[in-house]
Design a binder for this molecule. Sequence first.
Ligand code: NAP
Length: 253
Amino acid sequence: MKRFEGKIAMVTGGGSGIGADTAAAFAREGATVVVTDIDEEKGRKLVEEINSEGGRAIFLKHDVSNVEETEKVVKAIVEKFGRLDIAFNNAGISGPSIPVAEYPVDSWEKIISVNLSGVFYSMKYEIEQMLKQGGGAIINNSSILGKVGFSNASAYTASKHGVVGLTKAAALEYASRNIRINAINPAFIKTPLLESAGMVQSSPAYEMMVALHPVGRFGEPREVTSVVLFLASDGASFIHGESIMVDGGYTAR
Ligand code: NAP
C-alpha cells in the first residue's frame, strides 16, 4: 500500500523546482496530484510526465495572488475529485536585492501578494473544504528567511516570516477539527528560482553562500520533498503549527 493511495493532493507553483519534485513524489506514492502554476507550459509538461510514468495528475492554471482564481481552483478540484486531502502551498518568488530605503514599493507589494497573501488565499479555500470533509493536511513553504534575516531581501524575509506566523495561527484554529497545518523552511535549494536570483556556480556570491550552510553545499529539491511528504503523512499526526528547518544546519548557529 502506497502512503497516499486514494488521496487528492494539490501543489501550488507545482510546475518547477521544489513544487515539481514534490508533485511527482506524491504521485509516485499513490496520490492524485493537482499541479497548479502561473506557468501553464511547465505545469502541463510535468503532468504529462507524471501520467506517462503511471501516476495520476492534472494541471490547473493558477496565480496564487489572485483570490478569485484561487477560489475557482479549489472549487474545480472538489467538483472533479470530491475532496482535497493535502495542500502544499509552495508558489513563491524572490525579488530584487536592494536595501529597505531604496526598495521599490511595487516589488514589495508583488512579493507580499504572492508569497504571503497567496498562502492566505489558498489556505482560506483549502480549509473551507477540509472542514466539510472532516480533515486534511496543509504544508506551507516558508524559508530559512522565515526564521532569520537576510540583507537586501526585506520583502522576501517579511513574507516568509509571515508564512510562519500564519501557519501557527491557522494551526491553532483548526487542530481540533483534524486539519494539520505546518510549514517548512528550506535554505538554498538548487532550483530555477535560485538561478534566477543569480546564484549560479560561476557567480562570485556562490561559494560565500555555500559556506553559510554547515553541510558545505546547497540542498537538492528531493531533500525538501521528503519532509513535505512526511508532514502530509499520518506519521506526522501529532505535529501542528510547526515549521521545520530543512537547511543543512544554516540556522543552527
Ligand atoms: P521555482 O523553481 O521558481 O518554482 C516556483 C514556481 O512557482 C514556478 O513555476 C513559478 O512560475 C511559479 N509561480 C511564480 N509566481 C506564481 C504565482 N503568482 N502563482 C502561482 N505560481 C507562481 O522556485 P523554487 O525554488 O522551487 O521555490 C518554491 C518555493 O520554495 C518558493 O515559495 C520559495 O520561496 C521557496 N524556497 C525556495 C528556496 C530555494 O533556495 N530554491 C529556499 C527557500 C524557500 P515562474 O517560473 O513563471 O515564475
